[in-house]
Design a protein around this ligand. Structure first.
Ligand code: PXG
Length: 302
């Protein structure tokens, strides 16, 4: 049998078939935990520092005490990449509240469970065109900022899952969610941008969005390219009259939205600004200075 992938579980590397957590883990019983989805491109973990900082912010907001320092967590991620000899990968880093009893009280959980999975994954970015997606506007509203807000990257994804199922039933690729006020928030696992008259607009944190690391990098890219980006409330009307709409996230990278609830976005094809940002972003992710090197020889040469 081929060698199994190695998974980091609470400080040890174990075979995939033996990587398990307790049925009493509150991450499973109550969704009480946090995670990060991270990508590595050609031996560099893209914006690892940002992901680690966001993880610790999520932990702080839930008063979850991660038993590792940021430095130790960074090393654990890099070591998981090395143990599996990966260069282009998707990394899932999860910290749960740990095992407790059959009650919701986190105070009864002894210590957090940490696991890290790294799997080979090639980028879909390239010199040509982004993927074209058909979206719907979900009938489910994004969780409110004073509820299970997506500003915390928690293990509670039911809101996104319901929207995704609705998209599946409608034959669409994904769903855009509105916030409780009726403004556009984000898609199930991506942040959203629209282009109108050469300017970009993206929902601000008032809409309860996750502060996406890809979103952040795209905003900086736009500023480098001299493109204006407004972060503010976005109405559903604005989506219907946008010239271009695109979504961004670690796993999906950058994808064009060509229809929304059956209506064409702009001319119904991939717009020029979306295409340009996609091509620029495909170059950015390959740069060593955009992340943390996995292998020593590369660390020395940077
Ligand atoms: N919004 C939400 C709600 C997310 O979960 C993003 C935006 C994009 O953020 P980043 O930092 O990745 O640019 C996410 C991303 C997946 C997957 O399979 C992605 C996420 C969570 C779960 C699954 O693509 N998070």
């Amino acid at each position: 049998m081929d060698k199994e992938p190695l998974i980091y579980v609470d400080g040890k590397f174990v075979d995939k078939s033996k990587a398990v957590v307790s049925v009493f883990d509150h991450g499973l019983l109550y969704g009480d935990g946090i995670f990060e989805g991270i990508r590595a491109y050609n031996g560099t973990v893209f914006r690892l520092v940002d992901h680690i900082n966001r993880l610790y912010d999520s932990a702080k907001s839930l008063r979850l005490k991660i038993p590792l320092t940021k430095h130790e967590m960074t090393e654990a991620v890099l070591e998981t990449m090395r143990k599996n000899q990966l260069r282009d990968a998707y990394i899932r880093l999860v910290v749960t509240r740990g095992t407790g009893d059959l009650g919701v009280d986190p105070a009864l959980c002894k210590s957090p469970t940490t696991f890290i999975i790294a799997e080979p994954m090639a980028s879909i970015l390239g010199p040509r065109e982004p993927k074209a997606m058909k979206m719907i506007v979900s009938s489910y509203r994004r969780d409110a900022v004073d509820a299970t807000s997506h500003q915390v990257k928690s293990l509670n994804y039911m809101n996104s899952i319901l929207a995704k199922m609705e998209a599946n039933s409608a034959g669409a690729d994904d769903a855009i969610l509105l916030d409780h006020r009726g403004f556009v928030s984000e898609a199930s696992v991506t942040n959203i941008f629209l282009v109108k008259d050469g300017k970009l607009v993206t929902p601000s944190s008032a809409a309860g969005i996750l502060h996406g690391i890809t979103r952040d990098r795209i905003i900086r890219l736009c500023s480098d390219l001299g493109l204006e980006v407004e972060q503010r409330d976005v109405t559903p009307f604005e989506l219907t009259v946008a010239d271009e709409v695109f979504v961004v996230g670690t796993k999906s990278e950058l994808a064009a939205v060509v229809t929304i609830s059956g209506g064409k976005v702009g001319t119904g094809g991939v717009g020029p600004i979306t295409k340009n940002l996609y091509q620029e972003f495909s170059r950015i992710v390959q740069r060593p200075e955009e992340g943390t090197p996995v292998y020593e020889a590369e660390a020395e040469s940077v």
